[in-house]
Structure formats: structure tokens, C-alpha cells
Design a protein around this ligand. Structure first.
Ligand SMILES: Nc1ncnc2c1ncn2[C@@H]1O[C@H](COP(=O)(O)OP(=O)(O)OP(=O)(O)O)[C@@H](O)[C@H]1O
Ligand SMILES: CC(C)(CO)[C@@H](O)C(=O)[O-]
Ligand code: BAL
Length: 311
């Protein structure tokens, strides 16, 4: 148990312990929930601050979910530091840290998965086969155990936010989904646990991703006439092409904000879009260069763009 002036954050290591504690809250108090994979940073803490303000009890989960990593991705080397995480969350008034083991969450008899239809055809889904099935499954399990009133997610993972909204609507799950802004470094790089992988050279090049997306966003906001998805993609590709660290752009996607379906033609000024990209060479490199940005709907009315990304 870690402690602070506000109180303590109790660490619960099993589903059974979390369920027992949840039962003890009863049904009258509100429970805020922030699911994470740990290696916490200011982005996570921002979600916790909001959740703390809006709920009686605050639960944070820390679980590196093997089912959302592809066979060649970085599950084994994903940063893990529960001791430090526990110190950080105490400052944010977290009541419980739920940090179960893999064998507890996925027993040998585990057979049921949640498969979000169609997500494998979208850019990020194609790029990470099985990823969204893994995310939908673990979040459904976590919701079952923690039974939150509200669950908090970062806009940085735009596709994940769309998935969360579908999940609770289609499966009639109780929590309200709250999407929070992306917290960034001064140079625009979105805070992310995997930033720890970056070499100095990679770190200094990383802001080019945000820069390329901002350029597309500006072009969208400033254009007098309609602008096509292809034109926006080209703006991003042209800026990325100037950075020698980037060899292979895996995708630049312009997608509908509500469904993440790819837009093939004109981006409607009153609807906006999400523009995202990934560079894939290694898991590490892919991370360095995966990002997305939201093009605001109603740009004729001068709405300000909000951008978010993982790099
Ligand atoms: N910079 C950020 N700003 C706001 N929310 C964030 C930020 N980074 C992560 N989150 C949110 O925190 C939650 C947990 O994310 P996760 O633990 O995977 O961290 P991460 O930094 O996204 O890690 P990764 O390096 O794996 O992308 C998710 O809802 C995610 O969108
Ligand atoms: C939501 C989540 C905790 C599920 O493992 C993960 O995808 C993440 O950290 O964004
Ligand atoms: N927040 C992203 C989780 C993942 O990359 O698996």
C-alpha cells in the first residue's frame, strides 16, 4: 500500500480481491475507472485527475494485456514499474490499483473473446491484426470486475475510443465513456509509455509526425473549397519524406470520426475526420511514428482543431 497526505492507494493483485472490494462499495457510490498498461506518465495522470473530480471512488488498473499484442510486437519488453506507478497515483488520490497477473486474467479455461466486427479492415486494425479483439476483450473483462460508473480513455488512441463507445452501446455495458485530451511534451510529442524506447536521435525526430498532421489540419481548416482525403494524405507524406529517419510509411489514413471508416473522397467541412498514420519497421519504430489528428467538423464556422496522437 502506498500512502500520501490524501490517503492511500491499495494494490489489489487478483480478480477475487478486486471483486470483493467492489462489492463492499455497494451501489450508491460512483466509481471512476482508468484502465492502463502502467509505466504511468502525465497523460495517464490527467485522466486520473478528471476521474477523481467526478467520482466517489477511483480505481486504476495496470495490466499489460498479452492478447492485444501481435506475435512480433513488444509485449515482453513493454515497460513495467508497479512500485513507481503506485507512488505516482497516490498523488492523484487513487483509491485502488488493480494489478492482476496474466494467469489470473486468462486462466487455462478462458475461451470467450469480444470481436469488434469490421475493425480489422480499418487502418490501425489492418496494421495490428487481433489488436482490437484483445482490447475489447480485456476492457469487457475489466468492466465486469470493476463495474465502473464512468471509464476514462485518452483521445490519443482515437480508434480505441471509437471502439469503447461501440462496446458499451452494442453490449449494453453500464459505464459512461469519457474521452480526455492528449497531454503532450513541449515539442508536440504525445506522452506515451513507449517513448522510453526512443534513442536521442529518434526522440529529436519524433515531432515531425505531429508537425505533418498539424500541416494537414491547417490545410483543412484554411481551404476555401473542399479538400480530398488524398490531398490531406499527400501533405502528411510530403512532410514525412523530408525526415531521413522515416523509411516506410505504413499508412496515412483519413477516416470518419464516429466510425473510423476510411474516407475515400472529399472530407465534408461540416463533418471533419480523423487523420492518422503509422510507420512500420520494428515495434519500436512503429511506435515512434504512429499518430493521429482530428479535423474539426464545421470548419466554416471557424472551429478550432483538436489534435491527438501517439507520437
Ligand atoms: N498523452 C496522453 N494523453 C492522454 N491520455 C493518454 C496519453 N497517453 C495515454 N493515454 C491514455 O491512457 C490510457 C492507457 O494507455 P496506455 O497505458 O496504453 O499508455 P500509452 O502511453 O498509450 O502507452 P503506449 O506507449 O502503449 O501507447 C489510454 O486510454 C490512453 O489513450
Ligand atoms: C485500454 C487498455 C488499458 C486495454 O488494455 C489499453 O489498450 C491502453 O492502455 O490503452
Ligand atoms: N494505448 C495503446 C495500447 C497498445 O498500443 O497496445
Amino acid at each position: 500500500m502506498a500512502s500520501s497526505s490524501r490517503g492511500t492507494s491499495r494494490i489489489l493483485r487478483t480478480r477475487a480481491d478486486m471483486s470483493a472490494v467492489r462489492r463492499s462499495f455497494g451501489s450508491l457510490c460512483s466509481v471512476g475507472f482508468v484502465p492502463t498498461m502502467g509505466a504511468l506518465h502525465q497523460g495517464h495522470l490527467h485522466l486520473m485527475e478528471r476521474a477523481r473530480r467526478e467520482n466517489d471512488i477511483l480505481v486504476v488498473s495496470i495490466f499489460v494485456n498479452p492478447k492485444q499484442f501481435g506475435p512480433h510486437e513488444d509485449f515482453d519488453k513493454y515497460p513495467r514499474d508497479l512500485e513507481n506507478d503506485a507512488k505516482l497515483v497516490v498523488e492523484k488520490g487513487v483509491d485502488f490499483i488493480f494489478a492482476p497477473g496474466v494467469a489470473d486474467m486468462y486462466t487455462p479455461s478462458h475461451r470467450c473473446y469480444v470481436v469488434p466486427e469490421g475493425f480489422e479492415h480499418f487502418a490501425e486494425g489492418k496494421s495490428r491484426p487481433g489488436h482490437f479483439k484483445g482490447v475489447a476483450t480485456i476492457v469487457t473483462k475489466l468492466f465486469g470486475i470493476v463495474q465502473p460508473t464512468k471509464a476514462y480513455f485518452g483521445q490519443k488512441d482515437a480508434m480505441q475510443c471509437v471502439l469503447m463507445r461501440r462496446l458499451v452501446e452494442d453490449l449494453n455495458l453500464p459505464p459512461a465513456i469519457v474521452v480526455c485530451d492528449t497531454v503532450r511534451e513541449k515539442d508536440g510529442l504525445a506522452m506515451s509509455s513507449r517513448n522510453a524506447y526512443l534513442s536521442q536521435h529518434e526522440r529529436s525526430a519524433a515531432p515531425v509526425v505531429y508537425k505533418s498532421l498539424r500541416a494537414a489540419e491547417q490545410a483543412f481548416c484554411n481551404s476555401e473549397t473542399s479538400i480530398s482525403a488524398a490531398e490531406l494524405q499527400q501533405i502528411v507524406r510530403d512532410i514525412l519524406a523530408r525526415e531521413e529517419l522515416i523509411h516506410t510509411v505504413e499508412y496515412v489514413s483519413v477516416a470518419r470520426k464516429d466510425t473510423m471508416e476510411e474516407l475515400e473522397d472529399i472530407v465534408q467541412p461540416n463533418e471533419g475526420a480523423v487523420i492518422s498514420l503509422a510507420i512500420k519497421e520494428t515495434a519500436r519504430r512503429r511506435h515512434l511514428l504512429a499518430s493521429c489528428s482530428r479535423l474539426p467538423g464545421g470548419r466554416a464556422g471557424g472551429g478550432r482543431a483538436s489534435c491527438y496522437g501517439t507520437a
